[in-house]
Design a binder for this molecule. Structure first.
Ligand SMILES: Cc1ncc(COP(=O)(O)O)c(C=O)c1O
Length: 407
């Protein structure tokens, strides 16, 4: 196995100084850093193969198409999709969730139907469902969380019923870190005849994903949170659903034939990929998936588990600091916290003076902050390149923040 310093050497940005300190990047939940392997394939693509895909017979177009489709194939394997046709390239997880909401939702939801999500969702797994419920007359409902920051299973048992057409939930909360039991939740949705839509934005980068074993109907995730570039994400969907759904957007590539009297749609996955796609970005995401596969998700999981356990202990040494969500054994590699009365933006600004990058705000998850009756929190998050020394620096800087605010 590579050492942590070998892994860090793959990420050029980690050599950066910020405000006179070595960068401690503790914000991978928002967006991860990129290894040289990803930067290189994107650079190579633009230098060697740049051309549009699926349209040309010339050499460059053929090699661009091969690289783009090869990336899809490797991503399909990474999540164990039954076929690459079930892997739709989108801009990000948000677009994937909107695709299901608009395409499946507008065609299938009616007054009297219910769409269920949870209180711990990112806005991207709340707002599209609210919009589509508004448009169709369906009812939007959500599962509350327990005081421990887990899904309230007894409320879920009442809320899931024969009117529920779709249950959309996150596999891992980006605020609480809570890892949800995806497979049992999918089974519960299916037991009442509902579809299960999984927000994998936080789970796919950090945990094993096997869509066939999970039996999820849809799963959305973003490339930029898993070592890949921005502008590329994936919607996985079971073939039978994708085949039955109308297109989300119209334009080039998604059609088989266009007449002024009407048009016919292309096969999967192209039916859902209108217009020139993010070619370099898809190729970059393919390289990111290779990097994670070569490293091994078992290694990544264990590394993040030990960092999280360490951070949990160390942060609790800071008097007046309260971590949101469950204990380290039930969470992924992130800790959102509040530090007395100090505003999270002030905490993050003081940490930045020490070269430590954390997130402050509502993290696009206002309902969960409303649940705790707080407007915002500070979040430190970890990935394969983080170290316990960075967590030590975080703790020292938090003590500094306390003394600045005399708390
Ligand atoms: C749980 C979760 N879902 C969805 C998203 C949306 O991701 P993106 O902005 O890349 O579409 C995020 C981003 O932070 C997230 O953490």
């Amino acid at each position: 196995m590579p050492t942590i310093s070998q892994i860090r050497a793959d990420f050029p940005i980690l050599d950066r100084q910020v405000r006179g300190h070595p960068l401690a990047y503790l914000d991978s939940t928002a967006s991860s850093q990129k290894p040289t392997a990803v930067l290189r394939v994107m650079d190579d693509y633009y230098r060697q193969d740049n051309a549009n895909v699926h349209r040309g017979v010339h050499t460059l177009s053929e090699s661009a198409t091969a690289a783009y489709e090869n990336a899809r194939l490797r991503i399909a394997r990474f999540i164990n999709a039954a076929s690459p046709k079930e892997v739709i390239f989108t801009r990000n997880a948000t677009e994937g969730l909107n695709l299901v909401a608009y395409s499946w939702g507008l065609a299938n939801l009616h007054p009297g139907d219910e769409v269920l999500c949870t209180e711990m969702e990112h806005h991207s797994n709340i707002v599209p469902w609210q919009i589509v419920c508004e448009m169709t007359g369906a009812t939007f409902r959500y599962v509350p969380i327990t005081p421990q920051g887990e899904l309230d299973e007894s409320a879920l048992a009442e809320l899931l019923n024969e009117r529920t057409r779709l249950f959309a939930f996150t596999a891992m909360s980006n605020v609480l870190g809570t890892i949800n039991p995806v497979k049992p939740l999918v089974e519960k949705a299916h037991a009442v005849g509902a579809l299960a839509v999984v927000d994998g934005a936080q789970s796919v980068p950090h945990l094993h994903t096997d869509v066939q074993a999970l039996d999820a109907d849809f799963l959305a995730f973003s490339g930029h949170k898993m070592l890949g570039p921005t502008g590329i994400g994936v919607l996985y969907g079971k073939r039978e659903h994708l085949e039955a759904m109308p297109p989300f957007m119209g334009g080039g590539d998604m059609i088989r034939e266009v007449k002024m009297s009407g048009s016919r749609w292309n096969d999967l996955p192209y039916k859902f990929e209108a217009g020139t796609p993010a070619i370099a970005e898809a190729i970059g995401l393919g390289a990111a998936v290779d990097y994670l596969s070569d490293l091994g998700m078992d290694w990544a999981i264990e590394h993040e588990r030990s960092l999280t356990a360490y951070a949990w202990e160390r942060l609790h040494e800071v008097e007046g600091l309260r971590v949101l969500g469950p204990g380290p054994e039930k969470r992924g590699g992130l800790l959102s916290f509040i530090l007395g009365e100090i505003h999270p933006h002030d905490v993050a600004a003081i940490l930045d003076l020490e070269g430590i990058a954390v997130r402050a705000g509502h993290h696009c998850a206002q309902p969960i902050h409303d649940h705790y009756d707080i407007p915002a929190s500070t979040r430190a998050s970890f990935y394969i390149y983080n170290t316990t020394e960075e967590i030590d620096r975080l703790v020292v800087a938090l003590h500094k923040a306390k003394s600045v605010f005399d708390f």
